[in-house]
Ligand binder design. Structure first.
Ligand SMILES: [Zn+2]
Length: 344
């Protein structure tokens, strides 16, 4: 049995479905949270406070002021400090629970790296803002037989789906044809009400805790949906859907994982920003880049990235893995031109 502080977790242990055995399982559990924005913040905070022993946070971005209304892990000092979200998150989470091991991964989850980044965990939780990452996680989870919890929040509407591969409906059972970029409302077009993210993140965490302590029969084969503005709370039975021969969880077709569907949506949801992926894999020498950019603008940076306002209103952040985020525009072509001009 994994040791845990009995006094600290006494109220959880007293909750009969969890008990001491469940708490010990949480202490031994390894969880990956993909995306460290609004949902990922709530999930990470809740699971670390609940006593989950290991958390791997994966996110590609930096905190900014427009995140603060709903991204509970960050504060104004994080925005000023310019650390990647996962690094800032780890600092906060370690202060909350020093017994937890927190891994901060600064990366964009892709077909090429998801095998490595999602390896060795018991459960994956969705904190992302885009369907590409979700389909990737869904396929990885179905292929490897790892349970995962999907969550989405937009406006005042939320939804949560816990996926037990082979037993319940997966994301593709629900959405057979992945939506084309731009075809769905996003938090950019529809906005988001902060409490919606808290509700969805909390329901995701509850499903995660059930799965981690072996309460699989309590997860069910269903979709949770809510609309906080209209006061709607309901679950939809997915049993019929999961019997329809899904290409992914039944027939083992993995188009995202195998790179047959790509078409990366470069604009970052919730930000006036575009991510530009490097044309070739490989790391960037941040010191060399910082001194080069220093010739045109004031440069700030840390171990993970270099940042400069290279043109009025345009802030360029280049990460060690070669990715760049161009803030101040939503035009992909302009962002690519800026990266070509200043990074090469
Ligand atoms: Zn399926």
């Amino acid at each position: 049995m994994q040791p845990f502080d009995p006094e600290r977790y006494s109220r959880q242990v007293r909750f009969a479905p969890l008990g001491a055995a469940g708490q010990a399982r949480l202490a031994a559990a390894r969880v990956a949270v993909v995306g460290c924005g609004a949902l990922g913040s709530v999930v990470a905070l809740t699971l670390v406070r609940a006593g989950v022993g290991f958390l791997r946070l994966i996110d590609r971005d930096l905190p900014e002021a427009s995140n603060l209304p709903r991204q509970m892990l960050f504060d104004e000092a994080d925005v000023t400090a310019g650390l990647p979200k996962t690094v800032a998150a780890r600092q906060h989470l370690e202060r909350i629970n020093s017994a937890a091991t927190i891994e901060a991964v600064v990366a964009d989850l892709t077909a090429a790296n998801c095998g490595e980044l999602l390896a060795g965990v018991d459960l994956i939780v969705d904190g992302t803002d885009n369907f590409e990452a979700r389909f990737l996680v869904n396929e990885f989870a179905c292929r490897q037989g790892v349970p995962w919890v999907h969550g989405g929040a937009i406006g005042a509407e939320g939804r949560v789906l816990a996926v037990l591969p082979g037993r319940t409906a997966c994301l593709r059972c629900l959405i057979p044809d992945p939506p084309a970029a731009g075809s769905l409302p996003t938090c950019d077009t529809a906005g988001i009400l902060g409490p919606t993210a808290l509700v969805v993140g909390a329901v995701e965490s509850a499903e995660a805790i059930k799965l981690l302590v072996g309460g699989n029969d309590r997860v069910g084969n269903r979709l949770f949906v809510c609309d906080l503005w209209e006061g709607i709370w309901r679950t939809i039975d997915l049993e019929p859907l999961s019997r329809q021969g899904c290409p992914t969880c039944r027939k083992r077709d993995f188009p995202w994982l195998e790179g047959r569907i790509a078409g990366r949506a470069a604009a970052i949801c919730g930000r006036e920003a575009v991510q530009v992926s490097p044309s070739a894999a490989g790391s960037v020498d941040l010191e060399v880049l910082a001194s080069r950019l220093g010739a045109v603008a004031a440069v700030t940076g840390n171990a993970w990235l270099v940042r400069a306002e290279v043109e009025p209103g345009i802030q360029l952040s280049v990460f060690a893995d070669g990715r760049a985020i161009v803030a101040g525009t939503r035009e992909e072509s302009r962002a690519r031109a800026i990266v070509a001009r200043y990074v090469g």
